[in-house]
Design a protein around this ligand. Structure first.
Ligand SMILES: [Zn+2]
Length: 431
């Protein structure tokens, strides 16, 4: 009898061991093989950086168009946490999109104004819209969406569509832009358990690479954007959709008890300090957290993908004006800093006749050109169709542009023999 019990125990232990081995093997493989190699390759690409000639007098500002703070029900992000992450990720502006707390929603609210060189603009994500009123106002969410969109746009605000993997009223005549990449959109097809076990192994050293693992090119969304742009101007931008809320955290309450938060910043429990708390909790950090297991952090989300807006000054109205002009490109800056990149048109006299987002006459578009701080593979698309592809150097001239159309560029960098998307530009509209 004893023999049988012993065998059963051994068998169960072996099962547990192999089970854990199976769950953690991909993360361990990533840690020792995949990620070090990837880091090496990324470093090699970055070392090719060269200064780029200045094509425009506008300034490059790097920032975020869709992010959340404590004002949203599903985030606890404080000014200190967000500002620290933004400074570290070299972010200069954040257009916040906090969920509403009431049907009559007054602005400004949440985080706004300039903080240590980071411009924060209050906005909202509600009714399947991202809205930045840019003025002191009240939004009445009981209105129907078409009237709401028109009212806000007529009053000088911005209205764009988030989460463009979902159905949206694409033919609405008033909205101004759409997300062409959103981290949350991208993560939907991943197995969360894989991310979880990979994170346990790799969170300290390779969290940037864990994020990279999620990346899939959003081909359907890009195709829709291209097709809409042949009809009218729709600005494309990226969204980090950061909440820093896919985690388990604990903090001490003023009465000495411990509040535990789970995914989406939902409270799990409030407990007295017992044995587990004594084992798991450490001294609270500067933000009050005494226990942290993070899948997403503000810093890693902020650095993953950015919007580069070419504007005159770091001012919310000026950034919004240039956003509407399409003076924006999307870059995966955690791969390599894209600042300095530009896509532009030259006329017959080699003078700059327009930059990304601009509308120019056919006679003034004799060359479409791009400058980049890094070499890569350039793809030129006209009305969504690939018409030219070149790889290698730093500046390209796409000559022989003899047709009106909507032209945009995608730049990829080479990692481990694969071309990885790095930059998406807004189009130049040649009429
Ligand atoms: Zn969001």
């Amino acid at each position: 009898m004893r023999k049988i019990i012993k065998r059963i125990v051994l068998f169960v232990l072996a099962l547990i061991f192999f089970g854990l081995f199976y769950l953690f093997v991909p993360g361990i493989w990533n840690h020792f093989v995949v990620y070090p190699r990837l880091e090496e390759q990324i470093e090699a690409v970055r070392s090719l950086r060269k200064p780029v000639p200045q094509v425009t007098s506008l300034t490059h500002y790097r920032g975020l168009m869709h992010s959340h703070c404590y004002w949203s029900h599903d985030s606890r992000g404080t000014l200190n946490e967000i500002l620290t992450a933004a400074k570290k990720a070299d972010i200069e502006f954040i257009f916040f999109t906090d969920h509403e707390r009431a049907k009559l929603d007054s602005f400004p609210r949440g985080l706004y104004g300039e903080h240590d060189g980071v411009l924060m603009v209050p906005g909202t994500e509600n009714n399947d819209l991202l809205v930045w009123p840019l003025a002191d106002t009240v939004i009445d969410w009981r209105m129907d969406n078409p009237s709401l969109i028109k009212g806000i746009v007529d009053a000088g605000g911005l209205v764009v569509f988030p989460h463009c993997e979902e159905k949206r009223p694409w033919l609405n005549p008033d909205y101004q832009g759409m997300e062409i990449y959103n981290i949350h959109t991208d993560i939907k097809d991943e197995r969360y358990s894989d991310i979880f076990f990979n994170t346990i192994i790799n969170q300290d050293r390779y969290r940037h690479r864990i994020y990279r693992e999620l990346f899939d090119e959003q081909t359907e969304i890009l195709a829709r954007w291209d097709s809409l742009n042949t009809w009218r101007r729709i600005v494309g931008f990226s969204a980090v959709d950061a909440h820093e809320n896919q985690n388990i955290r604990a903090s001490y309450l003023p009465d000495g008890r411990v509040e535990w938060l789970g995914p989406n910043a939902n409270p799990i429990d409030t407990t007295e300090v017992g044995l587990w708390e004594k084992i798991l909790l450490s001294e609270p950090d500067e933000n009050g957290w005494a226990f942290k297991l993070y899948l997403d952090t503000f810093y890693h989300s902020f650095s993953f993908v950015n919007n580069h807006i070419l504007a005159d000054s770091l001012d919310k109205q000026n950034l919004a004006d240039h956003f509407l002009k399409g003076h924006l490109y999307v870059a995966f800056d955690a791969l390599a800093d894209a600042k300095g990149f530009l896509f532009y048109a030259l006329d017959q006299n080699d003078a700059v006749s327009g930059i990304l987002g601009d509308e120019i006459a056919l006679k003034n578009a004799s060359i479409l050109s791009a400058v980049s701080p890094l070499p890569g593979r350039y793809r030129l698309l006209r009305n969504g169709a690939l018409i030219d592809e070149q790889a290698g150097g730093y500046a390209y001239k796409f000559t022989g542009v003899d047709k009106a159309g909507v032209y945009r560029i995608e730049v990829a960098i080479e990692l481990d023999g694969n071309w990885v998307p790095w930059i998406y530009t807004n189009p130049i509209y040649v009429r």
